[in-house]
Design a protein around this ligand. Structure first.
Ligand code: NAG
Length: 152
């Protein structure tokens, strides 16, 4: 083999090793995001994880803490949403555990107030903002929003 050819094969082998080290293995029936048009698919086991095709390789991602995968360009962040907004987790569990801060059970979410029925907290990356229900409405824990008193 002349040295130019040797060099070519070494570069090829090196690129292959890099390619294998990159990306995660798809297990079981997990859909390959690189074989879809959207390049993003839900994880088959956990509702707060998803796979994205990055540089031709499937990569596993977690939604921001407290959010679950909703689909490409859906939800409150790019692809992730509040779990109660739909039946995202009916048949799947969440992989992540709550990372709470003051007033926030999870880093992202909407949570009831400790002492008031007309107030609640919206949490964004662990930062809580106090919200107020007006016009005689009360915070509804189930819908995570202000509601008529007879529904709460
Ligand atoms: C969330 O907050 C942490 C520190 O509290 C910060 O390091 C991180 O960059 C923030 N993430 C986002 C997406 O804003």
């Amino acid at each position: 083999m002349d040295s130019e050819l040797k060099c070519f094969w070494m570069a090829f082998a090196f690129a292959c090793i890099l390619g294998l080290a990159n990306g995660q293995q798809l297990k079981g029936n997990q859909e390959d995001p690189c074989k879809t048009k959207s390049r993003v698919v839900a994880d088959e086991t956990y509702c707060d994880r998803y796979w994205e095709c990055v540089n031709g390789q499937p990569e596993l991602y977690d939604c921001p803490n407290g959010l679950v995968f909703a689909g490409k360009n859906r939800g409150v962040t790019e692809g992730c949403d509040y779990p109660w907004r739909s039946n995202y987790c009916d048949s799947k569990q969440q992989a992540n555990t709550p990372l709470g801060t003051e007033h926030c059970d999870w880093l992202y979410g909407i949570f009831g107030h400790e002492t008031s029925c007309t107030r609640y907290w919206t949490c964004w990356n662990g930062t809580a903002t106090e919200q107020l229900c007006i016009g005689g409405l009360l915070y509804n824990e189930r819908s995570h929003s202000c509601d008529w008193p007879e529904n709460v």
